[in-house]
Write a new protein. Structure first.
Length: 264
């Protein structure tokens, strides 16, 4: 199933969604897909004029492949402009992911501060493809086109603080790019700290906060996004990473922060 088909499945029946093995990440479902599916279940419960502003995500346990998942949604509060929503992914009676989402209508304000410019990479056509290699890479990457433009790949013993490049969805129909697609694209990139290792070791996101700049730029699923992540601190098996996501025109789309665990 493609990402679009899985998003359609969660909209149709959020209480029983089965993720196939092609969307795996080691022994678990790809975390970016899990976040996208839970968000989509939340999005349909909120007024259309209230776009998502922020999501706070906790990955609690690994999600089994080919076992139904229930994406539960609870509205915590609906105010005059902001709706607070809690999403919970449950499998085999256990909570495996929590998302607290803040959805807010625009307000009049005297404050207007532009974002910092996008990082300067080589043009995407000048950056080599990052080909999918079955058995050596997480299965979900077959659905993503990547171009690595900054820093080292995982387990390359590269001591750079930053990684980055370009990513877009692969083998999809052209449609409007939404926050659900962006969740999958942002989490496509591995934890930046893994480049500091010289051999494979387990690593995963513990918590993830992502804020969307609204309104989103008008983009399609066939356009490239630009990504840069910077390690702010890492020690004792935990890394703290800040990242940004930009449109092809240099518009800031999202601001991301992750706490990652590394067993190596």
């Amino acid at each position: 199933m493609t990402l679009s088909e899985l998003l359609e499945a969660v909209r149709a029946n959020p209480q029983a969604v089965t993720v196939p093995a092609v969307w795996s990440q080691g022994r678990s479902c790809f975390g970016g897909l899990m976040a996208a599916l839970q968000f989509e279940a939340m999005r349909v419960t909120v007024k259309a004029d209230r776009p998502v502003r922020s999501l706070a995500i906790s990955f609690i346990g690994p999600t089994e492949i080919d076992v139904p998942i229930s994406f539960e949604v609870q509205t915590l509060r609906e105010g005059r402009a902001v709706t607070q929503v809690l999403g919970r992914a449950v499998q085999n009676g256990e909570t495996l992911m929590l998302i607290q989402g803040s959805f807010g209508a625009p307000r009049e304000s005297l404050i207007a501060v532009s974002a910092e410019p996008a990082p300067q990479f080589k043009p995407v056509d000048e950056v080599p493809e990052f080909p999918f290699v079955a058995g050596a890479m997480p299965d979900y990457l077959r659905y993503i086109d990547m171009r690595w433009a900054l820093g080292g790949i995982p387990y390359s013993n590269t001591r750079s603080r930053a990684i980055g490049g370009y990513a877009r969805l692969h083998d999809v129909a052209q449609e409007r790019l939404t926050e659900a697609h962006l969740l999958a694209l942002a989490d496509t990139w591995p934890p930046a700290v893994l480049a500091h290792l010289s051999k494979p070791a387990p690593g995963s996101s513990l918590t993830w906060t992502i804020e969307f700049i609204q309104p989103l730029p008008q983009m399609t699923t066939l356009e490239w996004t630009q990504y840069q992540a910077v390690i702010e601190h890492a020690r004792d098996g935990y890394g703290h990473v800040a990242a940004g996501l930009w449109s092809p025109r240099g518009e800031l789309i999202a601001i991301s922060r992750q706490t990652v665990t590394v067993f190596g």
